[in-house]
Design a protein around this ligand. Structure first.
Ligand SMILES: [Zn+2]
Length: 152
């Protein structure tokens, strides 16, 4: 089997440029996929990610986060991770209930301290390394910070 047998011409949905892709299913299935799938050429794909990254970066800056450092690819990925992680923190924050105002004030302070650390995480790599952080991890960190604040 040569590569040519697996090469199919498709058209970019955005700019209509034709380009080749490699598909490795049965010929019938490949034809179907080549025809039906939404294909995007490399340039349009990159434009899309650039736009998405710029928008996320802007949104994050408006809530106190810094611009990220790293390669273009890493930054694009890290911005997406950062958006997801911020959502998890906000989800946690909104799900909490407090027995009194003091407890709420302490929690607010802990979240502030927690976010302050994230605000200073400017390396794209840091976000990529922490991409698996879940709500429970965040909750544990917030609890630890609360303890620190109580002791201080
Ligand atoms: Zn295109």
């Amino acid at each position: 089997m040569t590569d040519d047998m697996n090469t199919y011409e498709v058209k970019c949905r955005t700019c209509r440029t034709k380009f080749n892709v490699q598909l490795f299913d049965s010929h019938d299935k490949n034809l179907f996929v080549a025809d039906k799938k939404d294909w995007y050429c490399d340039k349009c794909k990159k434009d899309y990610f650039d736009k998405q990254t710029t928008e996320l970066s802007k949104a994050h800056k408006s809530i106190g986060f810094q611009e990220l450092n790293g390669s273009e690819k890493m930054i694009s990925w890290a911005e997406k991770i950062r958006a997801e992680l911020i959502n998890k923190v906000n989800y946690l924050k909104e799900s909490l209930t407090f027995k009194d105002d003091d407890a709420k004030a302490l929690s607010d302070k802990a979240f502030e301290a927690f976010f302050a650390k994230w605000h200073n995480a400017t390396e794209a790599k840091w976000w990529i390394d922490n991409r698996r952080m879940n709500v429970r991890d965040i909750s544990n960190q917030i609890a630890a910070i609360s303890e620190e604040i109580k002791k201080a």
